[in-house]
Design a protein around this ligand. Structure first.
Ligand SMILES: Nc1ncnc2c1ncn2[C@@H]1O[C@H](COP(=O)(O)OP(=O)(O)OP(=O)(O)O)[C@@H](O)[C@H]1O
Ligand SMILES: [Mg+2]
Length: 244
């Protein structure tokens, strides 16, 4: 079963950047195939990783909706397999699946269920699954996965950031997801902000090279020896996601 790492947190706090840096680190460590999952309808993970997405789960959902229903179970099964293989983008050292933007609340739910079924199916084929989520907390209750080995609650050291991290902890307690370890990743700072009862996983320093790459539309793989990347590397080792 794949080791699943998920990121969560408020808008613009650095979730996608963290997910991308973790993927870069896992690929560099060569510890098995990695699946990057962009579960944010406002997809940015692919771009941050320098990958072009050719199809999304939301596209597949739309195609399935406009098709005449078939009674043949085998047809449906092969549609599923074919659909899944058509939206996996193969990149350098990892694969990527993107949720895309469903067209309405109902489709949202259906696309989300489809993504979950895909991830269940793919679980055994990868050593790691890294999930980049949309801002807020709704995605947690919609749950794209059944278990999470490491939940990184990304936060900036502000009152709003602290409250958001605390709310995420409360929500996760009430969900039918097994979360093996969770903690706060303080983003764009050198200083951890202690939160009672919540582990600090790491602080990721402000890193001009990371910001420049984003502003210039370059991928995280184009950033050389970055301070932020080193913090991510340490965190993956400290949490035993990677061997030292
Ligand atoms: N450690 C860092 N140093 C400098 N800039 C950073 C760092 N981490 C993230 N950023 C910048 O902050 C901005 C927001 O980051 P990012 O897109 O990762 O946030 P997000 O939480 O995924 O946002 P959204 O909620 O919109 O999905 C980007 O311009 C990114 O380059
Ligand atoms: Mg993002």
């Amino acid at each position: 079963m794949a080791i699943t790492i998920a990121v969560s947190g408020k808008g613009g706090c650095g979730k996608t950047t963290l997910a991308a840096m973790m993927i870069k680190e896992l690929v560099a460590a060569g510890s098995g195939p990695v699946l990057a999952v962009d579960a944010d309808p406002n997809a940015c993970l692919a771009m941050t990783l320098g990958v072009e997405v050719l199809g999304t789960v939301a596209d597949l959902r739309e195609q399935a909706r406009s098709k005449t229903p078939s009674n043949a179970g085998t047809d449906r099964l092969s549609d599923f397999e074919y659909g899944l293989s058509s939206i996996i983008t193969e990149a350098r050292g990892f694969d990527l699946v993107s949720m895309g933007r469903p067209e309405g609340p109902k489709c949202y739910c259906a696309a989300n269920n489809m993504l979950r079924r895909f991830l269940d199916k793919l679980n055994d084929q990868y050593a790691f699954v890294v999930l980049d989520n949309e801002a807020g907390m709704e995605h947690l209750s919609r749950r794209t996965t059944n278990h999470v080995d490491l939940l990184c609650m990304v936060s900036q050291p502000s009152p709003i950031g602290r409250i958001t991290a605390q709310r995420i902890v409360e929500i996760t307690k009430s969900l039918p997801i097994e979360i093996r370890r969770s903690g706060v990743v303080w983003s764009r700072t050198d200083q951890a902000d202690d939160l009672e009862g919540i582990e600090t996983l790491t602080c990721i320093p402000e890193d001009q090279d990371v910001l420049d790459a984003c502003m210039q539309g370059r991928s995280i793989f184009d950033v050389q020896s970055s301070l932020a990347q080193r913090a991510v590397s340490r965190m993956l080792r400290d949490t035993s996601m990677l061997k030292n």
